[in-house]
Structure formats: structure tokens, C-alpha cells
Design a protein around this ligand. Sequence first.
Ligand code: GRG
Length: 303
Amino acid sequence: MVDTTEGDAIALLGEAREMVDRELEACAVRMATTMSPPLGDALAYALRSPGKRVRPALVLAAYRAAGGTSPAIVGVATAVEIVHTYSLVHDDLPCMDDDSLRRGRPTTHRAFDVATATRVGYLLVPVAGEELARAGKELGLAPIAIGRLASALFEAGGVRGMVGGQWLDLEAEGRRLDLPQLMAVHRGKTGALIRAAVLLGGLAAGASDEVLQAYGAFGDEIGLAFQVADDVLDATATSETLGKTAGRDAELAKSTYVGLLGVAGAREAASRHASQGLQALNEAGVRVGSLAALARYIVTRSS
Ligand code: GRG
């Protein structure tokens, strides 16, 4: 993989966090003041939860690498983060992974209740749509371009992406999947939204079809690598470091890369997928700087 410093990724994640957290906070205040309790407070609780902001950083990096310069890209990055936030709220519900800890805090259904957290998840989807539409206008994009952004985000969040992958993941609990089956689960439940983050950055910058194709290939590979690294962390890190319950995959008898390939084999696979993603960018002549730094971060991160 290209030699990029960890510092580049950390700086970009910090910048993305600062920009996106401001938008999320404004959104949280709007929810808490316009929706009746406990729903408004629960929406604000979910929106204020402190994640790593990897997807927003990918939107920013992809946008800039394709020549984008407007600060209004933050709205696109925020929309992706809100879809991710909804998925975490629902993933933690008793009917899914049934978890009590997320981002170092009680999960939304633990802080409130299951019915409220279920509504929070559903309500965040149109909130993401509004955020995306507003950003598209601020970026000066034509309606057809805003439509392409919306398709990229919500198709990735749908049955051919995140929902479909999660569905396969839930159905597979207690069964041993082979590698191609596990790749399909990981690409759907986690990879699709990461791929969409990269594509949305490119679409917002008006990237060429060739660059968008390379972005799609890059996003696909690093999206898969992200979930493989997640499997490794679940098996090797502590709950305190992760801010979520470690060892949950084993408890739920999930098939993982670690189960199939061991820790070293899974790390190697994650690194190989990230390299393949970068190769697609290099072949299309994309300036890989920050994207390479993020790809490296995704497979070497400790939380
Ligand atoms: C109706 C079947 C059905 C599904 C609804 C809940 C859901 C949709 C999908 C779950 C998708 C999901 C939560 C996948 C896991 C992705 C993942 C590795 C999340 C952790 O991402 P990080 O590490 O987290 O970026 P932070 O907290 O840093 O943002």
C-alpha cells in the first residue's frame, strides 16, 4: 500500500468530525425542540453520539480528490452519517444484535425504550434525505444530480445494500458461512454505505464516469476491508477501547473472517482488499492522498 502517514487520516477525521458534529448538533436541537418528548430527546441523543466519522471523512476526501471545493459538502457528509446513525440504533435493538453499549454510552433503547429507539431509527431516514436535498441545493447541483446523490445513498441503504446485508447476517446466526457468502454479508451490511460515501463525494464534485467507476471499486474494497477489520477488533479488543461490547460475534455465533481465516489471515485479507481498492484509484489517475490515508486507517485502526 502507498506510504501515507497515520497523521493524515487522523487530521481528516478530526476535520470531518468538527464540520459534521456542528450540523448534527443543529439537527439535534431542531429535533429536541420541535418533537414531543421522549422522541425529540431520543433523536437528539442518537444524533449527538460520538462516532469516529469515517464515512463523512470519506465523503470529504473523495469530493476534494475529484476537484470539489465547496464547504457545503458537509451536508452530504452529514446525511451519510445520519443514515449510519439510524443503522446503529436499529442494529442494537433486541430483535437484532441486542446490545447495551454503543460509542461508549448506553444504546438508544437502553437510554429510552425499544419503541422509542425503533421510531428514532425510522425517523432519521427522512432527516438524512432533507439534509442531502439541502446540501445539493447549496452545492448548486442540478435536480438530476441531486437525484443521483439520493439514489446512491438510499440504494446503498436498501435491500440490495445495508438492509439486505443485515438480513443475511441475522439469518446466518448459528450457521457457518463460507467465504463468498460472508463477503456478500459484509459487502451489504457495512460495505454498501462506505462505498456510497465515496461515490457521493465524487458525484457532488461532478466527477467523470471513469472516476466514479474507480470510486465504486475503491469503496467496495475498503467497505469490505472495514468490516473485516471490525471482525478482528471484535475478537481482539476490549469493550472499553471499542465503546461497544467486544466479543459479541462469538456470543451470537456469527460467521466472521476471524472464524474462517484466524486473526492474522483476516488482517491480511483486510489489507489486501484495501490495496486492491487503491489500485483501482491509481489506474484511473485519481489523486489518492487522503483516500489512501483513510484506506490505511480503516485496516490499522484500534477502535
Ligand atoms: C431491517 C434487516 C433490517 C436492517 C436494518 C440495522 C440495519 C438496517 C443495518 C445494520 C448495519 C450495521 C450496523 C452494520 C455494521 C456496520 C459497522 C461496522 C458499524 C460500526 O461502524 P464504525 O466503526 O462506528 O464506523 P462509529 O461508532 O465509529 O461510527
